[in-house]
Ligand binder design. Structure first.
Ligand code: SF4
Ligand code: SF4
Length: 169
């Protein structure tokens, strides 16, 4: 088993829309919030680098006109000077965010380098054309019904071609 590593790209945070609502501020950096997906209330502590902009966001959230389409989570922030995003409450983000896994398996090449990730039922993300061809020809046709059986069959096929499959936890 490999450990899941989040590279903090922020794609899942955007795709969920405004899944986190800030309900109340109780100090300069601390907020009561609600996760709308599981309806769980949690307290969040904002990274000092984002203290001012989150406070502004909280003040403005009540001004949005009715019917305004949901935006991303209010704690998803652009890194200054870069094109990446970061969670402003990463250490205190809600359980639903902590437990989210955007891929369920990594694939390693002969050198032990990660060369592919499996997302969803059986979708492969890779830059390795040989792996992609192998996947399309031999893995995609395997029924996805039993995940344990599927993982075993896929691992065996990959091993025959010099790859190693590691489910993530
Ligand atoms: S869980 Fe995945 S999609 Fe979400 S921020 Fe981390 S790497 Fe990106
Ligand atoms: S709390 Fe953090 S991890 Fe969760 S959706 Fe918002 S930005 Fe993403």
């Amino acid at each position: 088993m490999a450990s899941f590593i989040c590279d903090r790209c922020g794609k899942c945070c955007v795709s969920l829309g405004r899944s986190i609502i800030i309900e109340r501020q109780f100090s300069d950096r601390d907020y009561y919030c609600r996760s709308t997906i599981d309806n769980i209330v949690f307290s969040a502590r904002v990274d000092p680098a984002f203290e001012a902009e989150i406070a502004d966001e909280f003040l403005m959230q009540g001004d949005a006109p009715a019917g305004t389409p949901p935006k991303a989570c209010p704690f998803l922030r652009n890194v200054p000077g870069g094109d990446t995003s970061v969670c402003a409450i990463y250490a205190t983000r809600p359980k639903i965010c902590q437990s989210f896994r955007c891929y369920r398996m990594i694939i390693l090449d002969r050198g032990g380098n990660t060369c592919g990730r499996v997302i969803g039922r059986n979708t492969l993300r890779t830059d390795d054309p040989a792996l992609e061809n192998l996947w399309d020809a031999q893995v995609v046709p395997i029924p996805c019904g039993d995940p344990v059986e599927w993982t075993g069959r896929v691992a065996a096929i990959l091993a025959d071609h010099g790859y190693r499959a590691e489910p993530v936890q």
